[in-house]
Design a protein around this ligand. Structure first.
Ligand SMILES: CC(C)(COP(=O)(O)OP(=O)(O)OC[C@H]1O[C@@H](n2cnc3c(N)ncnc32)[C@H](O)[C@@H]1OP(=O)(O)O)[C@@H](O)C(=O)NCCC(=O)NCCS
Length: 181
């Protein structure tokens, strides 16, 4: 159920949020069909996956007036991206379903990306994730590439869509160019 927009604050995550963030993403994993993630996390597995595998730039959370976390968005440098690009992932609480959380998160993340002089944000979205694709398009991302028949841990396969957002600003400084994903 999508409820009316409610007031929410965006702030950096705190370590005490971790169990709630983990539950939030695990619920989305259990529902299935949207995220490419398939196996629910323990809290330490969550930290490894989202914060330690790559160099994290930011993890912002949306919180309601009662302190419940409504969603989170992680921005990380990624070994398969150029040095001034970042990978982004977004998860909004599945129940109760609210509107506007993803938009509010991206407003802050995009401002951070500009402040850190990032040139491009890259999101990998499962093909068929209608909400995820529509969300990133609405935020200004454009689909750049489709990777077909990517094997999943469950044994199935799916296509992945690479979406990119050009961060506004002057990015003319020298860059190290690496192969992009
Ligand atoms: C995708 C996701 C982050 C969107 O968050 P959200 O809080 O619902 O987004 P918003 O309410 O701010 O919606 C912003 C825009 O996205 C689009 N959108 C969001 N969900 C949509 C859906 N289910 N169907 C179609 N469009 C959708 C709409 O254009 C919407 O604008 P509008 O409200 O003016 O119509 C959220 O649904 C989610 O966590 N999904 C599961 C995980 C996932 O797929 N993450 C993305 C890949 S990492």
């Amino acid at each position: 159920m999508r409820k009316d927009r409610i007031e929410h604050a965006i702030r950096p995550y705190r370590s005490e949020d971790l169990p709630e963030l983990c539950d939030l993403v695990n619920e989305i994993i259990r529902i299935g069909g949207t995220t490419l993630l398939e196996t629910p996390f323990t809290v330490s597995g969550f930290v490894d996956h989202f914060f330690n595998q790559q160099i994290m730039i930011s993890c912002l959370v949306a919180e309601d007036e009662g302190g419940q976390i409504l969603g989170f968005q992680v921005l990380s440098y990624h070994e398969q991206l150029p040095d001034d690009w970042a990978d982004i992932s977004t998860f909004v609480r599945a129940s109760p379903r609210l509107t506007g959380v993803g938009t509010a998160l991206f407003a802050e993340t995009a401002a951070l990306a500009e402040r850190y002089d990032l040139a491009m944000l890259s999101a990998i979205v499962r093909a068929g994730n209608v909400g995820g694709l529509a969300y990133y398009e609405k935020m200004g991302f454009v689909p750049r590439k489709i990777e077909k028949d990517v094997p999943l841990a469950s044994g199935g396969r799916c296509d992945r869509v690479f979406m990119q957002y050009a961060v506004p600003g002057d990015h003319n400084r020298p860059r190290v160019i690496r192969e992009t994903i």
